[in-house]
Design a protein around this ligand. Structure first.
Ligand code: DON
Length: 589
């Protein structure tokens, strides 16, 4: 395989730059329509402060690779591949395993998206995003004074109709090769008892106040009043029974049978909205992936009901028009990226929503000529303020992404979520799984921020049966010869989009290996709040000062940005890279 760029340097070399920013060079004038198959010329020296000490530990294997946020889930994917399974089989096995071992984000009570590319080059996407219940309404999260309540976040009213079980079954029906029950076997085994590690014990502890509000959550996650201690054999027997039922009967038992009854009983207990009818009506949807071209590379990503592919496409299209780019970590580069992110998020927040409910000008938003118009508005030396509105927000890390390549070269890029950590915090009594709080991804009130500080419009307002707009960006990148190059994605709310964009840009433009790109510090801007957030130690003082001098508000974020799980095709084999920011795992074969 051809190396994507001639310049290859290790992150360690970057770190050795010790915080002294390289010469700051403005990008070359734009070429109007932008694009072409030429690599960007990088000007100046990269700048990563010596305070940035994050390094990846990649895993290389010749045949197949699974990277997820939990080593046991990655192992489940390899296990079914060793039984003859393909990337879809592995995606289903990993998805169910994550529902057991990573309860804050892995789920059967949430939803997600898969972008799949067969070794023969066919690309498909499946949308199993949650849907608003039939009883949902436009202003359901506003109090009598018009203020947004907390009910979209915690408790029974926060949940959309779950899509994960239907979605994984649909993916398996079309693309799986092993018996359905084989794919659930690792998850059932893990639910019957697995040793909890320190990271997951800490994650449960971090949300124990929310979980303790609901008796079934308390019983399952806080046995004896505490999270299972590291090393404890943790048994989730209700969940094991639920998974066994799904293994025996497929999604019917979840959407029409015994589990549906338990979900509805839970809703009645806590005054939630999901009914038997809502469950019966839930359908996953096959979608045509967004196809992007970037300097001769091809990128496939998720279309609406996710905003990921479109918003990342706008960012990349804007960046593509610069023949030369300033080096990584410089203020000049962070400025350009920020201005691209800002413009893409303004469009996201205004235009995007569920394609079954809103008409969206996707062709225009993704055209190179529109990107040229946006690029022409960028002042190379000064920030362009986003029209002001109050907003705030922070992201937890409670969605999860996994990337898979099988022995034939089929690839699956999967992001799935309950939204908040542990979703609504409500466990379905007797069924042992958490329900999502995905309703908060809708616009509760136009112009007012949601949990992630996103200020969105009517296109994403609440309506019965509608899918709430997502930022999840499961993506697949092909090299200039059309060969699979990267499988990539991350959790992180709106930072999902900017994180995936930066990992791709760091590999394709900045010449980093995937391992270095995943470890490299990231920035984020989402139009509102009008602020660049950077990871602690990730921008040098000089870069921060220079950005402020350009008129940007710059803040260090509370946590890290994203938990990438990615795979790169290299001459040495498949390189799997879990994000060093979290205790995930790459397992190769
Ligand atoms: O679909 C979305 O965009 C959000 N529900 C994702 C939430 C998320 O990534 C939370 N974790 N970081």
């Amino acid at each position: 395989m051809r190396q994507p760029l001639m310049v290859a340097f290790a992150l360690t070399t970057l770190a050795a730059c010790g915080g002294a920013p390289g010469p700051e060079t403005a990008p070359s004038p734009t070429r109007g329509a932008g694009g072409g198959a030429r690599a960007a010329v990088i000007r100046g020296r990269p700048s990563i402060p010596s305070t940035w000490t994050v390094h990846s530990t990649p895993v290389t294997a010749p045949k197949a690779m699974v990277v997820s946020a939990h080593p046991l889930a990655s192992a489940a994917g390899i296990e079914v591949m060793k039984e003859g399974g393909n990337a879809i089989d592995a995606a289903v096995a990993v998805g169910f395993a994550l529902a057991v071992v990573l309860p804050d984000a892995g789920n059967i009570g949430g939803g997600g998206f898969i972008v799949h590319r067969s070794a023969a080059g066919q690309v498909q996407a499946i949308d199993y995003r949650e849907m608003a219940p039939g009883g949902a309404s436009h202003d359901m999260y506003l109090d009598s004074a018009g203020n947004v309540t907390e009910q979209s976040l915690t408790g029974h009213l926060a949940s959309g109709v779950p899509g994960s079980v239907a979605g994984m079954y649909e993916a398996w029906k079309r693309g799986g090769s092993l018996p359905w029950a084989t794919l659930l076997a690792p998850a059932i085994r893990l639910a019957n008892g697995h040793r909890v590690d320190a990271e997951r014990s800490r994650d449960i502890g971090g949300d124990s106040d929310r979980l303790a509000q609901f008796p079934a959550s308390r019983d399952q996650f806080l046995p004896g009043g505490h999270p299972p201690a590291p090393g404890t054999l943790w048994k989730q027997l209700d969940l094991a029974r639920t998974l066994q039922l799904i293994s025996d009967s497929g999604p019917d038992v979840f959407y029409r049978g015994q589990i549906a009854d338990l979900i509805v009983a839970e809703m009645e207990r806590g005054h939630g909205l999901i009914t038997k009818d809502d469950l019966r009506r839930y359908r996953p949807k096959w979608r045509t992936p967004i196809e992007l071209r970037y300097r001769g590379y091809t990128i496939y990503s998720m279309p609406p009901a996710s905003s990921g592919g479109v918003t990342m496409g706008e960012i990349l299209n804007i960046m593509e028009g610069y023949d030369t780019l300033p080096a990584f970590g410089t203020a000049a580069y962070a400025h350009l990226l920020t201005e691209a992110m800002r413009r893409a998020f303004i469009d996201r927040n205004q235009w995007l929503g569920d394609p079954d409910f809103v008409d969206m000008p996707l062709e225009r938003l993704l055209s190179k000529s529109y990107a040229a118009q946006l690029r022409a508005q960028i002042d190379l030396h000064h920030a362009t303020p986003t029209p002001p509105q109050a907003a705030s927000g922070a992201e937890g890390m409670h969605t999860t992404h996994y990337s898979i390549v099988d022995t034939a070269g089929n690839a699956a890029s999967v992001t799935t979520t309950l939204n908040n950590g542990f979703g609504s915090a409500v466990t379905v009594t007797g069924a042992g799984f958490l329900l999502n709080d995905e309703m908060d991804d809708f616009t509760s009130a136009p112009g007012k921020p949601n949990m992630y500080g996103l200020v969105q419009g009517e296109a994403n307002s609440i309506a019965p049966g509608k899918r709430m707009l997502s930022a999840m960006t499961p993506s697949i990148v092909l090299d200039r010869d059309g060969q699979l190059l990267l499988v990539v994605g991350t959790p992180g709310g709106p930072t999902i989009i900017t994180t995936v964009a930066q990992v791709i840009l760091d590999v394709l433009d900045q010449g980093m290996t995937l391992a270095d790109a995943v470890a490299a510090p990231r920035i984020h801007h989402q139009a509102l709040p009008d602020v660049i957030r950077y990871e602690r130690g990730g921008l040098s003082d000089g870069t921060v000062v220079a950005l402020r001098g350009m008129g940007h508000k710059v803040e260090m974020r509370r946590g890290t940005s994203g938990i990438v799980a990615a795979i790169q095709r290299t001459p040495a084999g498949w390189v799997g890279v879990p994000d060093p920011r979290y205790a995930g795992g790459a397992v190769g074969w």
